[in-house]
Ligand binder design. Sequence first.
Ligand code: ADP
Ligand code: ZN
Ligand code: MG
Length: 500
Amino acid sequence: MEARQYRSFIGLEVHIHLLTKTKVFCPCRSAFGDEPNTNVCPVCLGYPGVLPTLNIEAMRMGCTVARALNCAIPGRTWFERKQYFYPDMTKNYQISQFASPLGQEGFVLLEGKGTDGNAISKKVRIRECHLEEDAGKMIHSGAVSLLDYNRAGVSLLEIVTEPDMETGEEAELFIQQLRRLVRYLGVCDGNMEEGSLKADANVSINLPGKGLGKKVEIKNLNSSRFIRLGLNYEIKRQGLLLDEGKAVAQETRLWNENRDQTETMRSKENAADYRYFPEPDLPVFCPDGAFLASVEAALVELPQARFRRFMAEYGLNEEQAELIIDEKESADYFESAAAAAEKKGLAKNDAAARIANWLLTDIRGMLNRLGLSFRDLGAFRLNPLRCASLTALLALGRISGKIAKKTAELVLAEDRDPELIVRENNWEVLNDPVKIAEAAASVAAAEASVVDEIRAARAGGGVKRAASLTAFLVGKVLAASGGRADPKIAGEQIEALLSK
Ligand code: ADP
Ligand code: ZN
Ligand code: MG
């Protein structure tokens, strides 16, 4: 029997740790990697009688992400208690949002290439974004389980999509785009290894025209690659089940990265199991004009907009623009350096092309060597102004490409201005015809026999021999100037002497 074609549906629930200094409902420090149980207080440990207070920064960051995802912020948003009994949450409930999440009904445009090389262009609807507190961390070691409550109460934003994606590649791209977005907004470090951003992936398949299928949830995926692999594995597994006339069990599964497969974790609970009810200890939050204005002010130009603008405004190609906008730091660096190079007299597109080239080749190489990345460009010694100086010196023919590289290395080593370094070392190209003529004359005098041989060869048809000897003389002139003489002028001056 031929395998049937199914449609697949993927919806993601992404959790991001917001970069608030303190937790979402108490003043404890919010940080990864501190000594266990040092960032705790009666509120996040769930002592009886304590009261939570909302961290307004968490609300602002959450709303900023929501707006960047084209969600509407409701006039009233509040919190609910989500009950569950597990040692990672001492209160036996988590404060979350249910009926009125802070962000509602948005969308993102997935655009780019999947890991399989196929182009992706698709609108993915965002159902909601809601703010909640994270749970503590359980560390299972042999017969004992240890608990670290530093993470309990840390601000967490959950972003829920509609099941609009169809392949593991699309879901992977969604995560990559979202990660870039929250890093641009400065609300999350996007560190998936440390769990700052992780996703639960929901997937079902069905025959075309039959709507959604029975969904399986793959929990706690902490890399975009595992998201792709897990989903594609599930789509295949579910297809085989349906092919055999079996049903897909609605359940929660885990990705086993050692076996490259998903495995049953537990059957799925539903909303009713959590017995949600409004949190009586927190007031309803009604964003006022000033709050909403501060959210809009936090919306920097987003990566996709910047990508398009960099191509339109600076004439960058897709590949360059994609690489440069990937981090906000490299995009900012590029724009300041290009503007500074333009001020130094370069045409806008020429300045941009040269800076882009430097950034993507030499500067990337230097950062690699220093164990740094584009994210560290803010504190890089070859800063945008210095990069522009160097680019202008090169573009205006004042230094050679070789000298430019040498100067850049000294900028890094000495933390000094390239103009200064070039001047002190006397590295400027020598392009004064009179000076080069003098050098050419003394070379010709010292190599009189060569001059004679060239003239003879030219007269007697030894074209090749004449050319190579002429090049030899030009080389001597360049050497005499310490490599600084403009080779073109040196050639012209030697030619002038030969034809005398
Ligand atoms: P639950 O109540 O099980 O948490 P939700 O309706 O809240 O399910 O949806 C959770 C996530 O699962 C959302 O991202 C949603 O898009 C996705 N989802 C829901 N139903 C399906 C389905 N049948 N197939 C694939 N994804 C689904
Ligand atoms: Zn606390
Ligand atoms: Mg749900």
